[in-house]
Design a protein around this ligand. Structure first.
Ligand SMILES: [Zn+2]
Length: 167
């Protein structure tokens, strides 16, 4: 994806207030992130590890989500598969819950999904990060097809949060 600036990321949040988006923690090393290998950038708040964020580009525009993940003590210890990139980890998949956008979110509605705890899905898909012996299932898909699937899974997660139907 194209590199994004802090300002672009702050204005891209779809499921928090403008005030929250202004205050939340954005990585300081944006310039050093491997954007060419990313389908989305995900990070945890270093001050509040139960908060995570991700930003991607949908239809040419940056879109970001705030997520909540249960405290480390309640992470899934059993083997789990990331629902975005389909990588399996032992203890490395976290339930991440996104408050829904607008009124639905204010009323407490949310959408949850299991995601790689380090949010590095793009790197697992490209084989740039190793999830262990049985991390990646053997598939006949090409890398491009796996990337397309990851992008589609992210888009469908955003669609659930914003309540929009996919075209
Ligand atoms: Zn993943």
């Amino acid at each position: 994806m194209k590199p994004l600036t802090e300002q672009e990321i702050r204005t891209a949040f779809v499921n928090c207030t403008k005030g929250e988006a202004k205050r939340l923690s954005i990585p300081r090393d944006l310039a050093d992130r491997p954007w060419d290998d990313l389908d989305f950038l995900g990070w945890r708040d270093p001050q509040a590890p139960e908060r995570a964020y991700l930003v991607t580009t949908l239809d040419g525009r940056p879109k970001a989500l705030q997520l909540r993940c249960p405290s480390p003590a309640s992470w899934q210890i059993r083997r789990g598969m990331c629902s975005i990139c389909l990588t399996s980890h032992t203890g490395g998949v976290s339930l991440m819950v996104a408050p829904k956008a607008r009124q639905a979110g204010q009323q407490g509605n949310s959408v949850g999904t299991y995601v790689c705890s380090d949010l590095a899905c793009s790197l697992y898909v490209r084989g740039k990060k190793d999830a262990g012996a049985d991390g990646r299932i053997q598939e006949s898909l090409t890398l491009e097809e796996k990337i397309a699937r990851t992008v589609a899974n992210i888009a469908s997660f955003f669609a659930k949060v914003t309540g929009q139907r996919l075209a």
